[in-house]
Design a protein around this ligand. Structure first.
Ligand code: ZN
Length: 283
């Protein structure tokens, strides 16, 4: 006779006794703390425990930076799928799904408004739309923001969040690098300030063009910023990369950034920077 007897080996899951946490909590990927979603929203998607900056929706970013009464502009453009590209699924379907998910036509939102008393043209990338990749629509929309800044002599801020050029548009996406860089050169000649804000992640063709061309290049803490990914670089140079390579802090230390600014301080920082740059340009 055995001392203990087990009737069966099944574990009975009582759905009445389990608590649904999905949608209420988010686990911080950096420190492992469970964060209440409503509090995370109130804290601008920054972990209250360790300060990790999560990705931030483009429209929430605009709402957070600009004074009430701003206007969203240049929202009408849509990709035509010039290569009729298919990878795991047709690019057309990928676009439709991203449009449904984000409520945007592509990975960018332009706005005009003010930060404090300073007028500004603001262009913000949306990472949730196919990884914030830059195709012809993103490129053209940013170019329009640059032209708008030029024609109205208004400072420009571009907020980057991008995996780089959109491979489904091939050469058409790479041409955007030259187009935006040319427009920015014209803006610089007209002595109109341009501030680039890099957020997690800013990589590939976006880093290789407008993200690094600001009169001020600033970033949020802990953002991945680079051209090629670390794995590709390690395989190419056959060396292990140093700790924290391609993060904001590393880039600041090595002279690629002018400042790292926490999200909660961005609005006041940008307001001060715009006032200071306007003085410098003699306006
Ligand atoms: Zn955390």
């Amino acid at each position: 006779m055995s001392w203990f007897k087990r009737d069966n080996h099944e574990i009975i899951v009582d759905s009445q006794k389990t608590v649904r946490t999905e949608g209420v909590f988010t686990k911080c990927a950096a420190c492992g703390t469970f964060l209440v979603k409503a509090e995370l929203d109130a804290n601008l998607q920054v972990c209250s425990k360790c300060g990790r900056h999560f990705r931030f929706d483009a429209r929430d970013r605009i709402e957070n930076l600009l004074e009430p009464g701003y206007r969203l502009v240049d929202l009408g453009l849509r990709s035509t799928d010039p290569l009729q590209f298919t990878d795991l699924k047709p690019y057309k379907r990928r676009l439709e799904e991203a449009q449904r998910k984000t409520g945007l036509n592509d990975a960018i939102v332009n706005a005009i408004g003010h930060i404090g008393p300073q007028p500004v043209v603001l262009s913000v990338m949306e990472y949730a739309f196919i990884g914030g990749s830059m195709g012809a629509v993103v490129g053209e929309t940013i170019a329009r923001a640059v032209d708008r800044a030029h024609d109205t002599r208004t400072p420009l801020i571009v907020v980057s969040a991008s995996g780089g050029a959109r491979m489904m548009e091939g050469i058409a996406s790479l041409m955007q690098l030259a187009k935006i860089s040319t427009a920015l050169a014209r803006l610089a000649q007209a002595k109109i300030p341009y501030i680039s804000l890099m957020t997690d992640p800013t990589t590939g063709g976006v880093t290789a063009s407008f993200a690094m061309l600001g009169d001020l290049n600033i970033a949020e803490p802990g953002a991945l910023i680079g051209f090629a990914g670390p794995r590709v670089i390690e395989q190419t140079i056959r060396q292990k990369l140093p700790e924290g390579f391609q993060r904001s802090e590393f880039l600041l230390e090595h002279g690629f950034l002018d400042a790292i600014v926490e999200r909660k301080n961005l609005k006041s920082y940008l307001g001060n920077a715009l006032a200071w740059l306007a003085e410098g340009s003699g306006e």
